[in-house]
Each structure stands twice: as C-alpha cells, then as structure tokens.
Design a protein around this ligand. Structure first.
Ligand code: ATP
Length: 317
C-alpha cells in the first residue's frame, strides 16, 4: 500500500468553558485520543450523533485550530502550527451548506480562482483562469457558468462549485463535513458519484464526516464510529456494517434504512440523551445508555480492542 497522506496519533481537543462570570472553568472534552491513518484514493468515514466531536476533528485536520495534545502528520511530516502555512494547500474542506459557503457577490470564476490568488501570488491571471475553467468541467459544470453568480445555481450545483474550489490547490486530502446533508436525496447520489469519480481520477484521500450511515455505506472504505469525542469502533466498512461490535454502533446501524424496505430490521431504540461533554465519566462513555452495562463498564474505560476491527467495549457483540 502507498504511504499514508495523513496520520493522527492521540489527537485531542479540549475547551475550557465557564458557565457564569464567577464560576469555575470546566473542560469540554470535544475530542479525545483519536488515532487514524488516511491513504491516497481511500475514504475514511467518521460517524456519530451531533456533538460527538466530528466538526472539531475537521477543524484540527484542516489546521483551523491546533490540538490540545496528540499529533497530526501530513505527507509524512508533522503538521505543527509553524508549518501550517506551507501545509494548508494539502488539506482542503467542503462544508455542509453550499448556500452559506460561497460569497454571493463573487462570480464563479472568481470563487474558483481565489485560493490560487491568495496562495500562489506568482501565478499569472490567465493561468488561474485556465485552471478555473478546467475545474468547472472536472466537477460537471459548463463553461458558461464561469461568469455567473452563486444564486443562479441549484444546491447540488453549488456543492459542485464548493468541491471545485477545494480542489484548486491540488490537495492530497479533502475533508468533507456532511457534504450532502443539506441536499435533496435525489441530488445526494449525484454528488456522491462525483466525489467517487474525482477520487479515482485524482487519487484523493477523503475524511468523510457524516451522521448518515446510508450515505457512508455508499462511499466509505473504513469507518470510525465516535461517541462523546472518542472512537468507540473502527474497521472496514464491510466489518462495521456486517458485524457491529459496540452496542452503540449496533444501535446506530439498526436505525439506518435498508436497501430492502420489506426486509426485517430489529431497530434498537436508544434511551436517554448524549451525556454532557463536561462529565468526565470514569468508565465507558456509553454505559449510562447501554443495555449491557455491568459494574466494570461504570468504573473502567475500555480501550479499543481487536485486530483490524476494533471496539471499545468490555462486552462486545
Ligand atoms: N469552541 C468551543 N468551545 C467550547 N465547546 C465546544 C467548542 N467547539 C465544540 N465544542 C463542544 O464540543 C463538543 C463536540 O462538538 P462538535 O461540533 O465537534 O460535534 P459534532 O459531532 O460536529 O456535532 P454537530 O454535528 O452538531 O456539529 C460539543 O459538546 C460542543 O458543544
């Protein structure tokens, strides 16, 4: 296998928050101790409920903010803040909202050229334009779209523009933060197919963040299931979908619509809410909601256990 484009070891981001002016600061554990390896041409999907730390992870990998501890390597070199300026082009991001992420006052040609204008000031305007026109075609838009404004496009077309803008710097890694969640289901598959097509053509590595397992099923190679800022199950898509080991992963999957609508599905209903990220539970973070909880689960935090398919559970399925 080729060398990894991104490696995270023990990636952690905690925030200090104060509820009132005179109250003691508390720690929000948004992301704790995450490891992953990302290879060219592959998609690692990160799934979990709202608040599990997915967007925090996206901000760390795109170097919008530094980790509190742990390390990130990009292209085999440490992505320390002093090297961010050099590495930024290597990782780009596409956000969920194709309406909010494009400047309504700029024409599409300008939007696409902007990253080059900022990061490659030596590049001639004519070369930037040629690259932007090439990009329009690559993401399935037409040459005449170059002079139009974002409001003249549908949601799916705007997401194509956002993807094109992210690719202008030839990144090795694309972080896709819920890239199809704001789109109609009929448009979602066209965008997912575009992403698969671009990945094959450009050997891109995707970090695909999503709460939607039916989308993940379509695009992932490997999966990390997150719960309260921690990875609780990791494996290939086939492993996680066919035999979820962690009760939380099993419950999430049981709630996913299946390809066969008449098929039998034993939906597991999760009781209770996601606990507060301020609570640093000594045991398994899922213990308060788990139907298999025993005393050990409340006192000892299970590490990820297993070989290629791993789960952080004392009593895995
Ligand atoms: N800057 C911050 N300061 C304090 N707490 C934060 C900050 N950013 C995120 N958090 C907290 O960290 C936890 C994880 O947030 P994050 O946005 O990463 O989750 P998420 O899985 O992306 O959720 P969503 O899908 O709702 O965006 C949440 O409890 C959130 O409130």
């Amino acid at each position: 296998m080729t060398a990894p484009v991104a490696v995270a070891s023990g990636l952690t981001r905690h925030y200090s928050v104060k509820e009132g002016l005179f109250s003691k600061p508390q720690t929000v554990r948004a992301l704790s101790d995450l490891d992953f390896t990302l290879h060219p041409g592959k998609t690692l999907a990160v799934v979990g409920e709202s608040g599990c730390g997915k967007s925090t992870l996206a901000r760390l990998v795109t170097m919008i903010e530094p980790p509190t501890s742990g390390a990130l390597e990009l292209g085999g070199k440490p992505a320390t803040p002093d090297r961010w300026a050099d590495l930024r082009g290597a990782v780009q991001i596409v956000f969920q909202d194709p309406y909010g992420s494009l400047n309504p006052r700029q024409r599409i040609g300008q939007i696409l050229s902007e990253p080059l204008k900022i990061n490659r000031p030596d590049m001639k305007a004519a070369d930037r334009e040629a690259r932007a026109r090439e990009m329009l075609e690559l993401v399935g838009l037409r040459p005449e779209h170059y002079d139009r404004y974002p409001h003249m496009f549908s949601g799916g077309q705007r997401q194509r523009i956002a993807i094109g803008r992210a690719l202008m710097m030839n990144p090795a890694v694309l972080v896709l933060d819920e890239p199809v969640s704001a789109l109609d289901v009929s448009i979602q598959s066209a965008i997912l197919n575009l992403l698969l097509d671009l990945q094959e053509k450009l050997d891109l590595a995707y970090l695909f963040i999503s709460h939607d397992l039916s989308v993940v099923r379509h695009i992932a190679d490997d999966i990390i299931v997150m719960y309260l800022g921690r990875a609780i199950e990791t494996g290939t898509k086939a492993q996680v979908f066919a035999h979820p080991m962690h009760p939380y992963a099993k419950a999430l999957l049981s709630a996913t619509p299946q390809a066969d609508p008449g098929g039998k599905r034993n939906r597991i209903k999760l009781e209770g809410e996601l606990p507060s990220p301020l609570a640093d539970l000594p045991g398994c973070p899922f213990a308060p909601r788990c139907w298999k909880t025993q005393d050990k689960c409340r006192t000892d935090r299970p590490p990820l256990m297993g070989d290629t398919h791993r789960a952080a559970c004392w009593f895995p399925e």
